[in-house]
Design a protein around this ligand. Sequence first.
Ligand code: ZN
Length: 237
Amino acid sequence: MIKVTVYNEFVHEKKDEAVKAIYPNGIHRAIADFLESDDITVRTVTLDDPECGLTDDVLRDTDVLIWWGHLAHNLVPDEVAARVRDHVLMGMGLIVLHSGHHSKPFKLLMGTTCNVNWREDGDMERLWVCDPSHPICRGIGRYIELEHEEMYAEPFGIPEPEHLLFIGWYEGGEVFRSGATYRRGNGKIFYFQPGHESFPTYYNSDVQTVIRNAVHWAAPDLRVNELVCPHVKKIGS
Ligand code: ZN
């Protein structure tokens, strides 16, 4: 059983009627609804929870953390972001969705600006599969087509990915590294661009397949309980 925690800041869905109409119970519940299955159990937390719901106990009990945030990155306390980073380094998986590219934990783990060029006019997007052999791309054809998405374009201020899995192309002509993997310490990280709150992206079955695949991929191979730099004796002494 893989234990997933979905963090959603849960701001747009409470104050914007159009967003509420798409995600009446919040983006976190929409994601939980398609992930919950025989081998995945899901907990959801939001910005309003004490410590964003991301206490040390919760993170220790999380195999893969999924992060959706947009307006309220700055309201996530620095110590919560550092705690998430440390749990990734110890082995927890992290899936960062859409505007989570600017979240504190992702920027801490990348060490770069994570800035993008962007435009919010509902361009059609095709996400082209770059590596059909990768487990995250399993079950996807040559591309995923989304009728409307927020446009994110290069240059994307990320470090060179370990694997580039998707290139997003928009009808305006721009392209974006829309699916990229990293390893930091023992932890596996997947950034996946689709998921603007004004469009029903998380009901798209291909998007759901990618996120489900990513949960299985990001589940820890090795997890340690602390980050230490131990002094060791020479073998035989
Ligand atoms: Zn957006």
